[in-house]
Design a binder for this molecule. Structure first.
Ligand code: UFG
Length: 315
């Protein structure tokens, strides 16, 4: 996501510095034209070294631990990186008078939805430490806004997916559905595990709202442009359309023309049954217009990238 946001910012004429510890990020995913600095939000000294010599107008903060399942077995890591690390960043910004922040939040702040599609005002009751850590940081931002005048917007991504021409997703380990399905299509070997077939959904598998990474990037730039008017707001980023795990696999079979093998399995801990966004607020207030709202186009863009990058960013 960071690489795609940097691409979009550069296209709009901004100067961009990318700060990453490369734990999950990839040096090759930093677009040409952006400056890169290796630093870590959990090391305040390294942040100081980046912020002191520069005059930044704003920060886009997307550095985080993100795997829902791991957050259940190692919550410390999630609170350490996503809350303590985030606070280090806010303090460095305060010391160096950086006035604006766009924060990568998540659908995971809602927990099991009481109503669908989810509106931003829906109760927040995270069912995993990942969602809890994102909600805590949103609340911290609101106090920084009140006390220190920080201008901030939180973007609650639903399921980020897809690829731009140059940038696609490649995690170590890979836990996400679409990259796993496409890799199974490429390698032909291990079947894709389907985590849970007894959810209260039409086909028993979990439903998610997939949103293209390029559309997420566009929302960041719009949020930055509208921070003065809409500071303090949180916006859902999704397409308002839910797809079950089996529907995503079927879409991938259609796009790849490969009969991707699957293996039915147990539920994965911490996974809600259904997460589908209402993003009308982002559309009306930010002017967000997703360019790739269809699941077919999202999977197709990821497939084109995956075929060109069989070993991720090393190829
Ligand atoms: N799934 C499988 N098999 C796989 C991988 C995933 O069946 O090999 C299932 C999951 O159990 C889930 C769905 O596919 O039901 C989507 O799983 P992902 O791992 O792709 O994404 P998540 O919904 O778990 O999480 C993603 C982000 C989170 C974010 C969340 C918000 O990784 O950071 O979306 O909706 F919080």
């Amino acid at each position: 996501v960071g690489g795609a946001v940097a691409e979009e910012l550069l296209e709009q004429g901004h100067d961009v510095l990318v700060l990453d510890n490369l734990q999950q990020g990839h040096r090759a995913a930093v677009p040409a034209g952006a400056e890169f600095v290796s630093a870590d939000i959990c090391e305040p000294g390294s942040l100081e070294d980046v912020l002191r010599p520069h005059k930044f107008d704003a920060v886009m903060h997307m550095a985080a631990e993100t795997v829902v399942e791991f957050s259940l077995t190692d919550p410390w890591r999630y609170f350490q990186n996503n809350v303590v690390g985030g606070l280090n960043l806010l303090e460095a910004m305060r010391r160096h008078q950086v006035p604006k922040l766009v924060f990568s939040s998540s659908a995971a702040v809602y927990g099991e939805p009481e109503s669908t599609p989810i509106l931003e005002g829906h109760p927040k009751a995270p069912v995993n430490a990942y969602g809890e850590s994102k909600l805590m940081f949103e609340r911290i931002l609101s106090w920084y806004g009140k006390a220190y005048g920080l201008k901030h917007i939180s973007l609650r991504y639903f399921n980020a997916a897809g690829a731009s021409n140059l940038l696609g997703e490649y995690h170590r380990p890979e836990t996400h559905l679409i990259p796993n399905v496409l890799r199974a299509a490429l390698n032909g070997a291990a079947p894709v595990p389907v985590f849970g077939t007894d959810y209260p959904t039409k086909d028993g598998t979990a439903i998610r709202d997939y949103v293209h990474v390029v559309d997420i990037a566009q929302a960041h730039v719009l949020a930055l442009e509208r921070l003065d008017s809409f500071t303090g707001r949180a916006y859902n980023l999704g397409n308002g359309e839910g797809y079950s795990v089996l529907e995503v696999i079927e879409t991938a079979r259609h796009v790849t023309t490969i009969d991707i093998p699957v293996r039915m399995g147990a539920r994965r801990p911490g996974d809600p049954a259904v997460l589908v966004a209402s993003s009308s607020l982002a559309k009306t207030e930010l002017g967000w217009q997703p360019r790739f709202p269809e699941i077919g186009g999202i999977v197709e863009s990821a497939w084109i990238w995956t075929k060109k990058h069989m070993k991720g960013y090393d190829s």
